[in-house]
Design a protein around this ligand. Structure first.
Ligand code: ARG
Length: 499
């Protein structure tokens, strides 16, 4: 089915110093053989339809529709930039802006109808704009390519999400910090190799996770700042041939700088790679916290009890209260790691500039963002609502965990540490042999190991004072924990003030 269309193209370019020069005025007249091609942005040079199987693989609309807001915003700003160059008249700009507002409205009210021919969000928005305002919509893409468009949309989208994720992290740190302050004095065993090691404060354990989250938050802000670079104006790869004021366009779009090289800009997905890697590390931190809590919540430990709202039941065993949320956090960390690895494999071996492989960035980005939003909130909810059993924590402390303190006692008596370590080891062995707790050994027993033991050794058998000797910066003493709490408070305040 054939028919003719006439297309009149007039480009007016306003030169600097207010001079207006009509550059060209030409009339095209051509036949379009198949109607189907009319719906493609790039159908002009093809003589047969795209294979349906390729069409399906090629289309990204089923997931990249999520970029609608950023895509409309990018188009509105780009239209303004085009008007300043003279490509669009003021009237045309107004028509395009109104049309784009209508497109935006349809999306936000859930009334946008995606058509089977919409390859991606950029195609869909442009198709709809044309339906709404007619041929003038065709001017919007002047000098622009979907290559610089998609890279721009994604940077805007991701930077916004990074802000949301960072606020979830801040909320989480607040919850952990508040909890640590309320429960500052609870004692528990600290573990290495999952073996009882030394007594520590529960609040110190809590804060150890808050510090991980704080590092994650700082890292996220750093990569958000690196992603703050506008690719728009890079065209397909060579740049923009019209006098588009890119710094002004960047400001209009909320970027603080422009990409300095168009070839890099259209193929650069470092901001996605960095984000995915960031998410891997943050998820690994959450997984570690989740694993601690799964253990601490088991009957064998009994240190904590998850709230009902953060526990799940068994369809078979009526008594069960399972930590599914924590397990899913642990599991998601694996999936996120997979997305990151998968995307790095997509990037590896790509030639310069844009290649369609890069379309694979979106599902990874959306999936990882969704996962991070979810696991950050679930982890915060679980920590915020659990109850800690301070008696259970304390009763898990055993005198052998004070063996290091015995060595320190001897060091304070003037013994060199290596010798003291060996003497304390002998004390542990003696207690084991006699089947008594180390703290129950008599003075004679202790003297039989070393003459340095005196009556004041009794002070060593005290978990509170054991913990409190770790007063050097960053240790588990209550004074150090108080300092950490102050530091966290200060930091959270600063974060709130820059938001
Ligand atoms: N949907 C595409 C993507 O996400 C947009 C860019 C298409 N560019 C092209 N030259 N085919 O990567």
């Amino acid at each position: 089915m054939g028919y003719e269309i006439k297309c009149y193209v007039r480009i007016k370019v306003q030169m600097i110093f207010q001079t207006t020069v009509a550059v060209s005025c030409c009339v095209f007249k051509h036949r379009i053989i198949e109607k189907e091609k009319e719906s493609k942005l790039w159908g002009g040079r093809f003589s047969s339809e795209t294979s349906p199987v390729l069409e399906k693989l090629n289309a990204s609309i089923k997931y990249d529709w999520r970029l609608w807001r950023e895509d409309v915003k990018g188009s509105k700003c780009y239209a303004r930039a085009l008007q300043k160059t003279g490509i669009l008249t003021q009237e045309e700009l107004t028509v395009i802006q109104d049309g784009l507002s209508k497109v935006e409205e349809e999306w936000s009210s859930n009334n946008f109808k995606i058509k089977s021919t919409d390859e991606d969000i950029h195609t869909a928005n442009e198709r709809r704009l044309k339906e709404l305002i007619g041929g003038v919509a065709g001017k919007l893409h002047t000098g622009r390519s979907r290559n610089d468009q998609v890279a721009t949309d994604m940077r805007i989208w991701l930077r916004d999400k990074m802000g949301t994720l960072n606020s979830f992290i801040h909320d989480f740190i607040q919850i952990v910090t508040d909890r640590a302050r309320r429960e500052v004095h609870i004692l528990m065993p600290g573990y290495t190799h999952l073996q009882r090691a030394q007594p520590v404060l529960w609040s110190h354990w809590l804060l150890s996770h808050a510090w991980n989250l704080r590092a994650d938050s700082e890292r996220l802000s750093q990569l958000s700042a690196r992603a703050d670079e506008m690719p728009l104006g890079s065209g397909a790869l060579a740049g923009n041939p019209f006098p588009v004021d890119r710094p002004a366009l960047a400001r209009d779009l909320g970027f603080s700088r422009c990409s300095p090289n168009s070839m890099r800009a259209v193929g650069d997905r470092d901001f996605i790679a960095e984000f995915l890697w960031w998410a891997c590390l943050c998820a690994v931190h959450l997984s570690r916290l989740a694993e601690d809590l799964v253990l601490f919540g088991s009957q064998e430990f009994g240190f904590v009890r998850l709230a009902d709202c953060h526990s799940t039941g068994s369809s078979l065993m009526p008594h069960k209260r399972n930590p599914d949320g924590l397990e899913l956090i642990r599991g998601r960390a694996g999936r996120i790691l997979g997305q990151c690895t998968g995307f790095m494999a997509v990037l590896k071996g790509l030639p310069s500039t844009y290649n369609k492989d890069l379309q694979e960035d979106k599902e990874a980005m959306f999936d990882v963002c969704d996962s991070m939003e979810s696991i950050l909130q679930v982890a915060a909810g679980a920590v915020g609502t659990l109850t800690v059993n301070s008696d259970k924590c304390r009763s898990a402390l055993t005198p052998d965990m004070l063996a290091t303190d015995v060595a320190y006692y001897l060091v304070r008596k003037g013994m060199e540490f290596r010798v003291a370590h060996s003497v304390a080891g002998k004390v542990v062995a003696l207690a084991e042999k006699m089947e008594v707790a180390m703290s129950e050994l008599t003075m004679e027993h202790l003297k039989s190991v070393s003459e340095c033991f005196e009556e004041d050794v009794r002070d060593v058998w005290n978990y509170e004072s054991s913990v409190d000797q770790y007063r050097a910066l960053g240790g588990t003493s209550s004074s150090s924990v108080a300092q950490q709490l102050d530091q966290m408070d200060q930091w959270l305040k600063n974060c709130a003030s820059v938001q």
